[in-house]
Design a binder for this molecule. Structure first.
Ligand SMILES: NC(=O)c1ccc[n+]([C@@H]2O[C@H](COP(=O)([O-])OP(=O)(O)OC[C@H]3O[C@@H](n4cnc5c(N)ncnc54)[C@H](OP(=O)(O)O)[C@@H]3O)[C@@H](O)[C@H]2O)c1
Length: 260
């Protein structure tokens, strides 16, 4: 029996999980990407790209492709697709499980200012010009045009196009992981006074947070959005174990399946 699994991805963990599950002889795995990144890293499994057209579109995809299990392994700030996944699962009765990477907690020496959204981060920078490191997606940085008095260092995977309508912005193209020593060198060499970050969790992008702490630099931390309450695990291995459990139940029948 082949179990058809759809993974909503766009994260390193989604790719790792896809590789792990695809290695099984009893699964057929498809990874779904939004198509935001111009040249995504090779995913190693069949990929489909682009939006589904809301929860209804995703539900139709699940039905048409006879998906047995939906896995939400999207980024913790991708709240819309997570909500759509939960809703599509409800509409179709397809089981959903999610990978919910825990956020970072402030450690001693951290100088975090917590804000609820990107627009609040812009305001939190204040009116006096500061040297700001924006480690956000290219979709979000446009909001900082509302505070053109600051000097921006903007790092993104793809070029920020159009460029920000501010007098002083420098652009860096890079893909993580980023290590603390390199992040510290970057913050020091550019004279950064404040970092704006999401609370992404995980190791790959924590370097800048540790570096800011070591240098006594303030971090404007954008809080995580609310996500739907679905069965979840915090790591790739724990989620793979949940999937194992589901697959056993799926072979045995619906009663065992409810154990997920
Ligand atoms: N937000 C971040 O900070 C961040 C960081 C790293 C990676 N990512 C990844 O980038 C992607 C987009 O993030 P976002 O914050 O723009 O998402 P979002 O706001 O939650 O989703 C917006 C729309 O994009 C489409 N979409 C999002 N993820 C998709 C996926 N994996 N497969 C197919 N369609 C998808 C859906 O369109 P339809 O309604 O038409 O289906 C969704 O309604 C996600 O896959 C996420 O994992 C996001």
């Amino acid at each position: 029996m082949t179990h058809r699994i759809l993974i909503l991805g766009g994260t390193t963990e989604a790719r790792q999980l896809a590789g792990k599950l695809a290695a099984r002889a009893d699964t057929s795995v498809t990874l779904s990407l939004a198509g935001r990144t111009e040249s995504p890293v090779a995913q190693g499994v069949p990929v489909r790209v682009g939006g589904f057209g809301g929860a209804g579109g995703l539900a139709a995809y699940l039905r048409q492709n006879q998906i047995d299990l939906l896995i939400d392994a999207t980024h913790p700030y991708a709240a819309q697709i997570s909500a759509n996944g939960a809703e599509a699962a409800r509409m179709t009765g397809v089981t959903i499980v999610a990978l919910r990477r825990p956020g970072w907690d402030p450690a001693e020496g951290d100088r975090w200012m917590l804000v609820d959204r990107v627009a609040s981060a812009v305001t939190a920078l204040g009116s006096m010009p500061r040297r700001v490191f924006l480690a956000l997606g290219r979709q979000e940085v446009a909001a900082f045009e509302a505070a053109p008095q600051h000097h921006y260092l903007i790092r993104s995977v793809d070029p920020v196009e159009p460029r920000l309508a501010v007098p002083d912005a420098t652009y860096l193209l890079a893909r993580g992981p980023f290590h603390e020593a390199d992040e510290r060198a970057l913050l020091e060499s550019r004279g950064i006074e404040v970092v704006v970050s999401k609370n992404s969790g995980g190791e790959a992008t924590y370097g800048k947070i540790a570096a800011a702490r070591a240098l006594g630099i303030e971090v404007v931390m954008i809080r995580r959005p609310a996500l739907p309450d679905v069965a979840s695990a915090e790591t790739v291995d724990a989620l793979a174990a949940m999937v194992d459990h589901f697959l056993v139940g799926h072979v045995l029948g619906p009663a065992a399946e409810r154990g997920v």
